[in-house]
Every structure is written in structure tokens, then in C-alpha cells.
Design a protein around this ligand. Structure first.
Ligand code: NAD
Ligand code: TYD
Length: 352
């Protein structure tokens, strides 16, 4: 029998990779992409599969208490993969409320809709919540890693809102028996990444010879994972993860921001035919982010051991592929920078 799967946030960065993977791989699933098309949602990301017979787009807000239950009634979902969120730390510092609304209230609204639609009959059902390593707080430069049992200690309004949503998801498992699974992933990079985040912002600025802003001294450390490897992990966890469990996903790939940007500059110099060292001159140290977490590092051995996943790409290769994608998809980047993507799709879905 055909399965109906709801993917929320499918027009965003990671969500679009997950939607593409599922639509292409599972012709026996109907994939419903629910997305509000905020500034971060871009249906251009899904051009490749937009006309696929097993794909439907529904414009809507996960916080809408009428629309979301109606969607569950319309499609009788077997599974939910929940990615919709406000995702940018800097925006959470200036507008925390938007993060509480979407990330906390929106998640609980989806949990309620699933609980009410499934009415205690959870056979073959699954609610998969996608979260971040940022809920664990910050590590020192001491070789330790976040594991699934690390105590939550979020520092930014973004990570606090994701931590809260994770707690609600687990509470619905413990209280109502909802079949949930959670994963917490490190920083993603790759195609379709919105250029407010470090790597695509730097690619765009290098291309246009604009300053590359580095917060503080650039000594903060992030663990970077190729977005396609995250999407693969999501596929594996959705199908083979155990109810009530959490899986950490990471690249085992730690870089200080400054070393990462120096490597990116070298790759860009090569690709753009510039003299080596030219792009690095654009590096500009700026005021640090408030509450800037020093280091994130994920131990993903549980996922590797129990479900057989592992990252597929070395970082340098992944970064080159990413640069190639941005250079080959100038129109995508230009449309995002000048806002054309929003005008086009907002008009198309104006009454939805
Ligand atoms: P993104 O900001 O690129 O995309 C978010 C998507 O959600 C957009 O399409 C947006 O339109 C949609 N959305 C926002 N608010 C909505 C609402 N109220 N109703 C319906 N749709 C809404 O985010 P991303 O980077 O792709 O992250 C996806 C998920 O993965 C998030 O839950 C994030 O916390 C998590 N995550 C991200 C990273 C990362 O490095 N980007 C790492 C780990 C976990
Ligand atoms: P970001 O891509 O915003 O992801 P997150 O904050 O979720 O880790 O930032 C990655 C790192 O890069 C983080 O340490 C902050 C830093 N950063 C800069 O130095 N300059 C920038 O312009 C941005 C956006 C981020």
C-alpha cells in the first residue's frame, strides 16, 4: 500500500535534499511537503522533482491550529519528518519570539495533530523530529564530544527553542506513547544553503570581492557535514531507527572558522582563476556574536554502530563540490540575494 509521508520545511536547505531523496527513491510513497515559504523557503530548490507523480506541495504554517489537523485528515499520514524551523542563530538573537512560535509552538501543534489523527493506533506510524547539536551547548577545546546522553545546555534563543521542541517530542513519547525518533546533527554545508550562513555567505562575498565577516578571532570550532550525508542519515533513521531513541549525526570534521575560510579562499582562487592569496585578503574580523558557542563536536558512533551510517565525503572534496554548485547555479544565488525567488513563489501561492 502507498504510504503518505509528511515532510515539513521541505523548501528549505536540508528539507529540499530530504524531499528530493525520498521522492526519487520511494515511488511507493506520496511525499507531502508542508512549508510556509518564509524567507528561507525556496521552491527553486525542488525544480527537479516538482512534477513527480508522488510529490505534493502544500503551502501552510506549522503553527496553524486549524490547517495542520485538516492536513492530517486530508492525507492520513503514516509518517512525519519534521524539519520546518527558524534556523539562524543571529536572527534568534534579534527576534527570539519567531523562534519560540515556529520551533516550539509549531512542533507541539504537529505533535497534537499526529496524536489526534493516529488516536493511539501507532502501528506503522512514526514522528521523526530533526534537531541540532546546538542543544547540548558548547564544548571546550579538550577533545570531548557530544553524545546522545549529554545534558542539554543551550545558549542561544535558537538552540533553546530547539531544545524545548526536543523535550516536547520526548514528552509526547513518554506521556502518550507517540512513536517518535529524534536526531541531533552538526553544521551542514552543500548546495541550496541560504547565503546568510557562513559558507554560502563567504562564497558569495568572495565571488563579488566583498569583505568576508569573521566573528571574533575566528577561533570557534564547528563540525561540518555534507548535507547529502545528513539526508542519507535521515532516510536510515526514519526507516530503521528505534522508537523513543535519539541519534547524533556528525561529520567527525572539526574546523575553526578561520581555517575553514582560508581553505575556502584557496579553492575559490583556483576556481575563479585568481592569484593564490587574493581572496584571503577579503577576510575581515568583526564584532563577535553574543553568546557565541566555542566548539561543537559530535560523536555519531551510535548511528554508525547500530544503523550502519557513515559520512561519505572528505571535507575538502565536499567544499569543492559546494563551490562548483554555487558557481554553476549563479541564477539561484542571484535570485536569493535580490529576493526574486520570494516574489515569484509568494505570488504563485498568494491565496494559499
Ligand atoms: P532552513 O532555514 O534552510 O529551512 C527551514 C524551512 O522551514 C524553510 O523552507 C521555511 O520556509 C520553513 N518554515 C519556517 N517556518 C515555518 C513555519 N512556521 N511553517 C512551515 N514552514 C516553515 O533550515 P535548515 O538549515 O534546512 O534546517 C532544517 C532543520 O534542520 C531545522 O529544524 C534545523 O534546526 C535543523 N538543523 C539544521 C542544521 C544546519 O546546519 N542547517 C544542522 C542541524 C539541524
Ligand atoms: P552559522 O553558519 O551561522 O551556523 P551556526 O551558528 O548554527 O553554527 O555560523 C557558523 C560559524 O561561523 C559560527 O561559529 C558563527 C560564524 N560566523 C562568522 O564568523 N561570520 C558570519 O558572517 C556568520 C554568518 C557566521
Amino acid at each position: 500500500m502507498k504510504k503518505n509521508i509528511l515532510i515539513t520545511g521541505g523548501a528549505g536547505f536540508i528539507g529540499s535534499h530530504v524531499v528530493r531523496l525520498f521522492v526519487k527513491k520511494y515511488s511507493d510513497y506520496q511525499i507531502v511537503n508542508l512549508d510556509a515559504l518564509t524567507y528561507a523557503g525556496n521552491l527553486e530548490n525542488l525544480k527537479e522533482i516538482e512534477n513527480a507523480p508522488n510529490y505534493v506541495f502544500e503551502k501552510g504554517d506549522i503553527t496553524d491550529e486549524k490547517f495542520v489537523p485538516a492536513l492530517f485528515a486530508k492525507y492520513n499520514f503514516d509518517g512525519v519528518i519534521h524539519l520546518a524551523a527558524e534556523s539562524h542563530v543571529d536572527r534568534s538573537i534579534t527576534d527570539p519570539m519567531a523562534f519560540i512560535k515556529t520551533n516550539v509552538f509549531g512542533t507541539v501543534n504537529l505533535l497534537n495533530a499526529a496524536k489526534d489523527a493516529w488516536k493511539g493506533n501507532f502501528e506503522g506510524k512514526r514522528f521523526y523530529h530533526i534537531s541540532t547539536d546546538e542543544v547540548y551547548g558548547a564544548l571546550e577545546n579538550d577533545g570531548t564530544f557530544f553524545v546522545e546522553t549529554t545534558k542539554y545546555a543551550p545558549h542561544s534563543p535558537y538552540s533553546a527553542s530547539k531544545a524545548s521542541s526536543d523535550h516536547f517530542v520526548r514528552a509526547y513519547h513518554d506521556t502518550y506513547g507517540l512513536p517518535v525518533v529524534v536526531s541531533n546533527c552538526s553544521n551542514n554545508y552543500g548546495a541550496n544553503h541560504f547565503p546568510e550562513k557562513l559558507i554560502p555567505l563567504a562564497i558569495n562575498n568572495i565571488k563579488h570581492k566583498k569583505p568576508i565577516p569573521i566573528y571574533g578571532k575566528g577561533e570557534n570550532v564547528r563540525d561540518w557535514l555534507w548535507v547529502n550525508d545528513h539526508a542519507r542519515a535521515i532516510d536510515i533513521i526514519f526507516h530503521n531507527g528505534k522508537d523513543g531513541q535519539t541519534y547524533n549525526i556528525g561529520g567527525n570534521n572539526e574546523w575553526t572558522n578561520i581555517d575553514l575560510i582560508r581553505m575556502l579562499c584557496k579553492i575559490m582562487d583556483k576556481k575563479l582563476g585568481r592569484e593564490q592569496g587574493e581572496s584571503a585578503k577579503l577576510i575581515t574580523f568583526v564584532t563577535d556574536r553574543a553568546g557565541h558557542d566555542l566548539r561543537y563536536a559530535i560523536d555519531s558512533s551510535k548511528l554508525q554502530r547500530e544503523l550502519g551510517w557513515k559520512p561519505s565525503l572528505q571535507f575538502e572534496e565536499g567544499l569543492e563540490k559546494t563551490v562548483d554548485w554555487y558557481l554553476e547555479n549563479e541564477q539561484w544565488l542571484d535570485n536569493v540575494i535580490n529576493g526574486a525567488y520570494q516574489q515569484y513563489y509568494q505570488q504563485q501561492y498568494a491565496n494559499r
